[in-house]
Design a protein around this ligand. Structure first.
Ligand SMILES: Cc1ncc(COP(=O)(O)O)c(C=O)c1O
Length: 391
Protein backbone atom coordinates (compact mmCIF):
# COMPACT_ATOMS: atom_id res chain seq x y z
CA UNK A 1 0.00 0.00 0.00
CA UNK A 2 1.36 3.45 -0.79
CA UNK A 3 1.21 6.24 1.79
CA UNK A 4 -1.95 7.87 0.45
CA UNK A 5 -3.78 4.52 0.39
CA UNK A 6 -2.70 3.98 4.00
CA UNK A 7 -4.14 7.37 4.98
CA UNK A 8 -7.34 6.64 3.06
CA UNK A 9 -7.69 3.31 4.91
CA UNK A 10 -7.10 5.10 8.22
CA UNK A 11 -9.75 7.73 7.40
CA UNK A 12 -12.27 4.97 6.68
CA UNK A 13 -11.84 3.95 10.34
CA UNK A 14 -13.35 7.28 11.49
CA UNK A 15 -17.06 7.47 10.60
CA UNK A 16 -17.26 10.91 12.23
CA UNK A 17 -15.63 12.28 9.07
CA UNK A 18 -18.87 11.56 7.17
CA UNK A 19 -20.93 13.69 9.54
CA UNK A 20 -18.66 16.52 10.63
CA UNK A 21 -15.63 18.44 9.55
CA UNK A 22 -13.72 17.20 12.59
CA UNK A 23 -10.77 19.49 13.25
CA UNK A 24 -10.47 19.05 16.99
CA UNK A 25 -8.02 16.22 17.67
CA UNK A 26 -6.13 18.44 20.13
CA UNK A 27 -9.30 18.40 22.26
CA UNK A 28 -10.12 14.73 21.98
CA UNK A 29 -9.92 12.06 19.34
CA UNK A 30 -13.03 10.69 17.69
CA UNK A 31 -13.06 6.92 18.09
CA UNK A 32 -11.99 4.68 15.24
CA UNK A 33 -13.92 1.56 14.33
CA UNK A 34 -11.14 -0.75 15.52
CA UNK A 35 -10.83 1.03 18.88
CA UNK A 36 -14.60 0.78 19.35
CA UNK A 37 -14.38 -2.97 18.52
CA UNK A 38 -11.63 -3.47 21.14
CA UNK A 39 -13.73 -1.73 23.78
CA UNK A 40 -16.77 -3.79 22.79
CA UNK A 41 -14.72 -6.96 23.06
CA UNK A 42 -13.71 -5.97 26.59
CA UNK A 43 -17.32 -5.21 27.50
CA UNK A 44 -18.53 -8.53 26.09
CA UNK A 45 -15.87 -10.43 27.99
CA UNK A 46 -16.85 -8.71 31.22
CA UNK A 47 -20.53 -9.04 30.42
CA UNK A 48 -20.61 -12.66 29.35
CA UNK A 49 -17.68 -14.21 31.23
CA UNK A 50 -17.17 -12.02 34.28
CA UNK A 51 -13.90 -10.93 32.75
CA UNK A 52 -10.79 -13.06 32.33
CA UNK A 53 -8.72 -10.62 34.41
CA UNK A 54 -5.45 -12.57 33.96
CA UNK A 55 -5.96 -12.27 30.20
CA UNK A 56 -6.63 -8.52 30.51
CA UNK A 57 -3.50 -8.13 32.65
CA UNK A 58 -1.41 -10.04 30.13
CA UNK A 59 -2.74 -7.84 27.34
CA UNK A 60 -1.94 -4.76 29.45
CA UNK A 61 1.68 -5.90 29.74
CA UNK A 62 1.82 -6.44 25.97
CA UNK A 63 0.51 -2.91 25.55
CA UNK A 64 3.19 -1.63 27.94
CA UNK A 65 5.81 -3.12 25.61
CA UNK A 66 4.23 -1.45 22.60
CA UNK A 67 3.97 1.90 24.38
CA UNK A 68 7.62 1.65 25.42
CA UNK A 69 8.68 1.08 21.79
CA UNK A 70 6.72 4.19 20.86
CA UNK A 71 9.07 6.29 23.01
CA UNK A 72 12.25 4.23 22.45
CA UNK A 73 11.99 3.30 26.13
CA UNK A 74 12.11 -0.02 27.95
CA UNK A 75 8.82 -1.49 29.26
CA UNK A 76 10.31 -1.16 32.77
CA UNK A 77 10.39 2.64 32.24
CA UNK A 78 6.64 2.92 31.60
CA UNK A 79 3.94 3.32 34.26
CA UNK A 80 0.23 3.61 33.56
CA UNK A 81 -1.61 6.51 35.16
CA UNK A 82 -4.98 8.18 34.86
CA UNK A 83 -4.00 11.20 32.76
CA UNK A 84 -1.27 13.76 32.09
CA UNK A 85 -1.90 15.66 35.33
CA UNK A 86 -1.44 12.57 37.43
CA UNK A 87 1.84 11.74 35.70
CA UNK A 88 3.14 15.30 36.09
CA UNK A 89 2.13 15.45 39.76
CA UNK A 90 3.79 12.09 40.39
CA UNK A 91 6.98 13.41 38.77
CA UNK A 92 6.81 16.74 40.64
CA UNK A 93 6.56 14.97 43.97
CA UNK A 94 9.10 12.27 43.13
CA UNK A 95 12.00 14.56 42.28
CA UNK A 96 14.03 15.29 45.43
CA UNK A 97 13.42 19.02 45.91
CA UNK A 98 14.16 21.16 48.92
CA UNK A 99 13.32 24.68 50.02
CA UNK A 100 15.40 27.09 47.95
CA UNK A 101 15.48 24.86 44.85
CA UNK A 102 13.78 26.17 41.74
CA UNK A 103 11.90 24.80 38.75
CA UNK A 104 11.69 26.50 35.33
CA UNK A 105 8.47 26.45 33.28
CA UNK A 106 7.19 28.38 30.28
CA UNK A 107 4.69 31.13 31.05
CA UNK A 108 1.24 30.27 29.70
CA UNK A 109 2.01 26.58 29.21
CA UNK A 110 -0.70 24.10 30.21
CA UNK A 111 -2.02 24.81 33.73
CA UNK A 112 -2.09 21.09 34.55
CA UNK A 113 1.69 21.13 34.47
CA UNK A 114 2.04 24.53 36.15
CA UNK A 115 -0.13 23.60 39.15
CA UNK A 116 1.78 20.36 39.77
CA UNK A 117 4.92 22.45 40.40
CA UNK A 118 3.28 25.53 41.91
CA UNK A 119 1.94 23.21 44.62
CA UNK A 120 5.56 22.73 45.70
CA UNK A 121 5.74 26.39 46.76
CA UNK A 122 4.38 25.01 50.05
CA UNK A 123 7.76 23.28 50.48
CA UNK A 124 9.64 26.46 49.65
CA UNK A 125 10.38 25.49 46.05
CA UNK A 126 10.52 28.48 43.70
CA UNK A 127 8.72 28.30 40.34
CA UNK A 128 10.15 30.45 37.55
CA UNK A 129 8.22 31.21 34.37
CA UNK A 130 10.26 31.82 31.22
CA UNK A 131 8.64 34.31 28.87
CA UNK A 132 7.83 33.27 25.31
CA UNK A 133 5.70 34.71 22.51
CA UNK A 134 3.02 32.52 20.94
CA UNK A 135 4.77 32.48 17.56
CA UNK A 136 8.13 31.46 19.02
CA UNK A 137 9.31 28.06 20.20
CA UNK A 138 11.20 27.41 23.42
CA UNK A 139 14.85 26.53 22.93
CA UNK A 140 17.80 26.17 25.30
CA UNK A 141 18.22 29.93 24.91
CA UNK A 142 14.69 30.53 26.23
CA UNK A 143 15.23 28.71 29.52
CA UNK A 144 18.97 29.34 30.07
CA UNK A 145 18.53 32.86 31.57
CA UNK A 146 16.22 31.43 34.25
CA UNK A 147 18.59 28.66 35.30
CA UNK A 148 21.01 28.99 38.23
CA UNK A 149 22.74 26.60 40.59
CA UNK A 150 19.50 25.99 42.48
CA UNK A 151 17.57 24.91 39.37
CA UNK A 152 16.63 21.24 39.64
CA UNK A 153 13.95 20.85 36.96
CA UNK A 154 12.97 22.30 33.60
CA UNK A 155 9.47 21.28 32.55
CA UNK A 156 7.37 22.12 29.52
CA UNK A 157 5.01 20.80 26.86
CA UNK A 158 6.46 19.23 23.75
CA UNK A 159 3.66 20.72 21.63
CA UNK A 160 1.59 23.54 23.11
CA UNK A 161 -2.18 23.27 23.22
CA UNK A 162 -2.76 27.02 22.86
CA UNK A 163 -0.61 27.95 19.85
CA UNK A 164 0.75 24.67 18.48
CA UNK A 165 4.43 25.46 19.03
CA UNK A 166 6.77 22.46 18.85
CA UNK A 167 9.40 23.26 21.43
CA UNK A 168 13.02 22.27 20.89
CA UNK A 169 13.06 19.50 23.47
CA UNK A 170 16.34 18.14 22.05
CA UNK A 171 18.19 21.42 22.65
CA UNK A 172 16.66 21.89 26.08
CA UNK A 173 17.40 18.24 26.94
CA UNK A 174 21.06 18.72 26.06
CA UNK A 175 21.28 21.82 28.26
CA UNK A 176 19.61 19.96 31.14
CA UNK A 177 21.93 16.99 30.74
CA UNK A 178 25.02 19.23 30.76
CA UNK A 179 23.82 20.98 33.90
CA UNK A 180 22.49 17.92 35.74
CA UNK A 181 18.90 19.21 35.68
CA UNK A 182 15.86 16.94 35.33
CA UNK A 183 13.79 17.49 32.17
CA UNK A 184 10.09 16.68 32.61
CA UNK A 185 7.97 16.81 29.45
CA UNK A 186 4.21 17.05 28.98
CA UNK A 187 3.70 15.09 25.76
CA UNK A 188 -0.10 15.12 25.80
CA UNK A 189 -0.32 16.91 22.48
CA UNK A 190 2.62 15.30 20.70
CA UNK A 191 2.31 11.61 21.48
CA UNK A 192 1.08 9.72 18.43
CA UNK A 193 1.61 12.80 16.25
CA UNK A 194 5.37 13.44 16.45
CA UNK A 195 8.05 10.75 16.87
CA UNK A 196 9.34 10.87 20.42
CA UNK A 197 12.66 9.35 21.40
CA UNK A 198 13.06 9.91 25.13
CA UNK A 199 16.70 8.79 25.07
CA UNK A 200 17.81 11.01 22.21
CA UNK A 201 15.98 13.95 23.78
CA UNK A 202 17.48 13.35 27.26
CA UNK A 203 14.06 13.34 28.90
CA UNK A 204 14.03 12.35 32.58
CA UNK A 205 10.26 11.90 32.87
CA UNK A 206 7.42 12.30 30.41
CA UNK A 207 3.69 12.31 31.02
CA UNK A 208 0.81 12.09 28.58
CA UNK A 209 -2.82 11.15 28.40
CA UNK A 210 -4.03 8.90 25.61
CA UNK A 211 -7.24 10.55 24.44
CA UNK A 212 -5.78 12.70 21.68
CA UNK A 213 -3.02 11.37 19.39
CA UNK A 214 -3.26 7.91 20.97
CA UNK A 215 -6.90 7.66 19.90
CA UNK A 216 -8.62 6.13 22.96
CA UNK A 217 -11.19 7.54 25.41
CA UNK A 218 -10.17 9.58 28.48
CA UNK A 219 -8.96 7.83 31.63
CA UNK A 220 -5.57 6.37 30.75
CA UNK A 221 -2.22 8.10 31.04
CA UNK A 222 1.38 7.13 30.45
CA UNK A 223 4.34 8.08 32.59
CA UNK A 224 7.90 7.45 31.42
CA UNK A 225 10.62 7.59 34.08
CA UNK A 226 14.18 7.03 32.91
CA UNK A 227 15.90 3.95 34.25
CA UNK A 228 18.55 4.76 36.84
CA UNK A 229 16.73 7.72 38.39
CA UNK A 230 16.33 5.67 41.56
CA UNK A 231 16.23 8.80 43.71
CA UNK A 232 12.78 9.52 42.22
CA UNK A 233 10.51 7.83 44.72
CA UNK A 234 6.72 7.51 44.79
CA UNK A 235 4.62 9.70 47.09
CA UNK A 236 1.76 7.22 46.97
CA UNK A 237 2.06 3.53 47.68
CA UNK A 238 -0.19 0.59 46.96
CA UNK A 239 0.48 -3.11 46.69
CA UNK A 240 1.26 -2.66 42.99
CA UNK A 241 4.17 -0.33 43.91
CA UNK A 242 5.91 -2.82 46.17
CA UNK A 243 9.02 -4.89 45.41
CA UNK A 244 7.52 -7.86 47.29
CA UNK A 245 3.74 -7.55 47.33
CA UNK A 246 2.56 -9.77 50.22
CA UNK A 247 1.00 -12.98 48.89
CA UNK A 248 -1.32 -13.07 51.92
CA UNK A 249 -2.41 -9.46 51.37
CA UNK A 250 -1.19 -8.38 54.82
CA UNK A 251 0.90 -5.20 54.72
CA UNK A 252 3.99 -5.47 56.95
CA UNK A 253 5.67 -2.26 58.11
CA UNK A 254 9.12 -3.86 58.07
CA UNK A 255 9.03 -4.39 54.29
CA UNK A 256 8.42 -1.13 52.49
CA UNK A 257 10.80 -1.62 49.60
CA UNK A 258 9.27 -0.38 46.35
CA UNK A 259 9.81 -1.82 42.90
CA UNK A 260 12.82 -0.67 40.91
CA UNK A 261 10.94 -0.15 37.65
CA UNK A 262 8.57 2.69 36.72
CA UNK A 263 5.62 0.63 37.93
CA UNK A 264 6.65 1.80 41.43
CA UNK A 265 4.58 4.85 40.49
CA UNK A 266 1.44 2.84 39.66
CA UNK A 267 -1.06 2.49 42.42
CA UNK A 268 -3.95 0.07 42.29
CA UNK A 269 -5.81 -1.24 39.29
CA UNK A 270 -5.14 0.46 35.98
CA UNK A 271 -7.57 1.28 33.19
CA UNK A 272 -7.78 -2.15 31.57
CA UNK A 273 -10.49 -1.34 28.99
CA UNK A 274 -8.54 1.65 27.72
CA UNK A 275 -5.33 -0.38 27.63
CA UNK A 276 -7.05 -2.95 25.47
CA UNK A 277 -8.29 -0.17 23.20
CA UNK A 278 -4.81 1.37 23.12
CA UNK A 279 -3.37 -1.76 21.56
CA UNK A 280 -5.81 -1.42 18.65
CA UNK A 281 -5.10 2.30 18.44
CA UNK A 282 -1.39 1.55 18.13
CA UNK A 283 -2.20 -0.92 15.32
CA UNK A 284 -3.95 1.90 13.50
CA UNK A 285 -1.19 4.45 14.16
CA UNK A 286 1.44 1.96 13.03
CA UNK A 287 -0.52 1.21 9.86
CA UNK A 288 0.72 4.63 8.73
CA UNK A 289 3.59 5.31 11.15
CA UNK A 290 4.17 8.36 13.35
CA UNK A 291 6.81 9.92 11.04
CA UNK A 292 4.27 9.95 8.18
CA UNK A 293 1.51 11.21 10.49
CA UNK A 294 3.77 14.10 11.45
CA UNK A 295 4.60 14.88 7.80
CA UNK A 296 0.93 14.70 6.93
CA UNK A 297 -0.35 17.07 9.63
CA UNK A 298 2.47 19.54 8.96
CA UNK A 299 1.56 19.48 5.24
CA UNK A 300 -2.12 20.05 6.10
CA UNK A 301 -0.96 22.99 8.21
CA UNK A 302 1.02 24.37 5.28
CA UNK A 303 -2.10 24.27 3.13
CA UNK A 304 -4.12 25.93 5.89
CA UNK A 305 -1.55 28.74 6.24
CA UNK A 306 -1.77 29.42 2.48
CA UNK A 307 -5.53 29.75 2.75
CA UNK A 308 -5.27 31.97 5.82
CA UNK A 309 -2.90 34.29 3.98
CA UNK A 310 -5.33 34.58 1.09
CA UNK A 311 -8.18 35.24 3.52
CA UNK A 312 -6.10 37.72 5.59
CA UNK A 313 -6.65 35.73 8.75
CA UNK A 314 -3.64 35.75 11.08
CA UNK A 315 -2.16 32.56 12.50
CA UNK A 316 -1.45 32.95 16.23
CA UNK A 317 1.32 30.34 16.48
CA UNK A 318 4.51 29.76 14.47
CA UNK A 319 4.47 29.45 10.66
CA UNK A 320 7.88 27.86 10.24
CA UNK A 321 7.80 24.26 9.06
CA UNK A 322 9.81 22.70 11.91
CA UNK A 323 8.10 24.76 14.59
CA UNK A 324 4.54 23.54 14.12
CA UNK A 325 2.67 20.24 13.97
CA UNK A 326 -1.10 19.64 14.04
CA UNK A 327 -2.42 22.66 16.00
CA UNK A 328 -3.27 25.99 14.36
CA UNK A 329 -4.96 28.87 16.16
CA UNK A 330 -6.75 31.32 13.89
CA UNK A 331 -7.14 34.94 15.03
CA UNK A 332 -10.93 34.86 14.73
CA UNK A 333 -12.97 36.14 17.71
CA UNK A 334 -14.37 33.15 19.56
CA UNK A 335 -17.54 34.95 20.63
CA UNK A 336 -18.65 35.20 17.01
CA UNK A 337 -16.98 32.32 15.22
CA UNK A 338 -17.52 29.40 17.64
CA UNK A 339 -21.22 29.42 16.93
CA UNK A 340 -20.70 29.92 13.19
CA UNK A 341 -18.47 26.86 12.96
CA UNK A 342 -20.93 24.78 14.99
CA UNK A 343 -23.76 25.80 12.63
CA UNK A 344 -21.62 24.69 9.71
CA UNK A 345 -20.86 21.30 11.31
CA UNK A 346 -17.20 22.15 11.83
CA UNK A 347 -15.76 20.89 15.12
CA UNK A 348 -13.03 23.18 16.44
CA UNK A 349 -12.12 24.55 19.89
CA UNK A 350 -12.24 28.01 21.40
CA UNK A 351 -8.74 29.05 22.44
CA UNK A 352 -7.24 32.08 24.18
CA UNK A 353 -5.94 33.54 20.89
CA UNK A 354 -8.91 32.63 18.69
CA UNK A 355 -10.28 29.44 17.13
CA UNK A 356 -8.12 26.31 17.36
CA UNK A 357 -8.04 23.97 14.39
CA UNK A 358 -6.24 20.70 15.00
CA UNK A 359 -5.63 17.79 12.68
CA UNK A 360 -5.68 14.05 13.22
CA UNK A 361 -4.33 11.24 11.06
CA UNK A 362 -7.73 11.02 9.33
CA UNK A 363 -7.88 14.61 8.05
CA UNK A 364 -7.30 15.39 4.37
CA UNK A 365 -6.33 18.33 2.16
CA UNK A 366 -9.94 18.38 1.08
CA UNK A 367 -10.94 19.00 4.73
CA UNK A 368 -8.61 22.01 4.81
CA UNK A 369 -10.04 23.39 1.55
CA UNK A 370 -13.58 22.94 2.89
CA UNK A 371 -12.65 24.80 6.05
CA UNK A 372 -11.19 27.67 4.00
CA UNK A 373 -14.41 27.91 1.97
CA UNK A 374 -16.47 28.02 5.15
CA UNK A 375 -14.25 30.78 6.60
CA UNK A 376 -14.56 32.71 3.31
CA UNK A 377 -18.33 32.46 3.59
CA UNK A 378 -18.15 33.61 7.23
CA UNK A 379 -16.00 36.61 6.45
CA UNK A 380 -18.75 37.78 4.07
CA UNK A 381 -21.23 37.86 6.94
CA UNK A 382 -21.28 41.36 8.44
CA UNK A 383 -21.11 40.15 12.00
CA UNK A 384 -18.12 37.86 11.52
CA UNK A 385 -14.74 39.50 11.39
CA UNK A 386 -11.14 38.57 12.07
CA UNK A 387 -9.50 39.83 15.26
CA UNK A 388 -7.33 42.40 13.45
CA UNK A 389 -10.51 43.96 12.06
CA UNK A 390 -11.88 44.25 15.62
CA UNK A 391 -8.72 45.88 17.08
C1 LIG B 1 -0.41 20.04 26.89
C2 LIG B 1 -1.56 19.43 27.65
N1 LIG B 1 -1.35 18.90 28.86
C3 LIG B 1 -2.33 18.33 29.57
C4 LIG B 1 -3.62 18.29 29.06
C5 LIG B 1 -4.72 17.64 29.81
O1 LIG B 1 -4.33 17.06 31.01
P1 LIG B 1 -5.02 15.73 31.52
O2 LIG B 1 -4.59 14.62 30.60
O3 LIG B 1 -4.52 15.55 32.88
O4 LIG B 1 -6.50 15.94 31.49
C6 LIG B 1 -3.89 18.85 27.81
C7 LIG B 1 -5.23 18.87 27.20
O5 LIG B 1 -6.20 18.29 27.51
C8 LIG B 1 -2.83 19.42 27.09
O6 LIG B 1 -3.05 19.95 25.90
Amino acid sequence: MNVSDKFAAARAQFPVTKRLLYLDSAHQTPLSTNVKAALEEFLSEGHEMGGPKPVWLRRAEETRERVAKFFNAAPAEIAFTKNTSEGLNIAANAVPLEAGDNVVLIEGDHPNNAYAWLNLKRKGVEVRFAKLKDDEIATAGTVAPYIDKHTKVVTLSHVTFHAGQVHDIGGIGKLCKDKGIYLVVDAMQSVGVIPLDVKALNISALAAGTHKGLLVPQGLGILYVAEGLDELQPTFLAMSSMARPPADYIARPEDLEVRKDAARFEFGNVNLPDLQALSSAIDLIESVGVPDIQKHVVALGGRLIKHLDELSVRLVGPREHGHRSHIYVLALPVSKWADFFARNLVRVSPERGGIRVSFGMFNTFDDVDRLAEIIRKGLKEDTLVAIEQVD
